[in-house]
Design a protein around this ligand. Structure first.
Ligand SMILES: [Zn+2]
Ligand SMILES: [Zn+2]
Length: 134
């Protein structure tokens, strides 16, 4: 499988190849704030599967608790589109932001996380699997 995407201004584009680990909706407050939406949709894969063209800026997200860097949130420094989060403390697991795909209909989420922060009006049908990291 090969998925392609790009940021809003077009300076950053990417290709994601191989099988996804999951496609996950994340309801955490940091994803809400970064995206400006109710949740993020993430293509979970290994960093070796992602090939980025263009320059990414990085925000070191220290998470909801604790002070260790939890996620490296990488985005286009020109238009601000979030492109990928790198989960520190894993073996290179990344979460590519599915809203930046060229064809957003190519994938559908199959898991949701941080449900304790789900906005009360959000009700996603067919999401049987639910994980919470808290
Ligand atoms: Zn951009
Ligand atoms: Zn999140």
């Amino acid at each position: 499988m090969s998925l392609t995407g790009h940021c809003l201004c077009g300076k950053v584009s990417y290709e994601l190849t191989g099988n996804l680990i999951a496609t996950a909706v994340c309801h955490c407050q940091h994803c809400q704030r970064q995206s400006g939406g109710a949740f993020s949709v993430n293509l979970v894969a290994h960093e070796s599967q992602l090939h980025v063209s263009g320059e990414l800026s990085t925000f070191e997200d220290r998470g909801e608790h604790g002070d260790a860097v939890y996620v490296l949130r990488r985005f286009c420094g020109s238009c601000g589109s979030p492109i990928v989060s790198v989960l520190t403390g894993t073996d290179g697991v990344i979460a590519v932001k599915a809203g930046t795909l060229d064809d957003t209909s190519a994938v559908a989420p199959n898991v949701q996380v941080w449900c304790s922060h789900r906005q009360p009006w959000v009700d996603l049908p067919g999401m049987a699997v639910s994980l919470d990291r808290e």
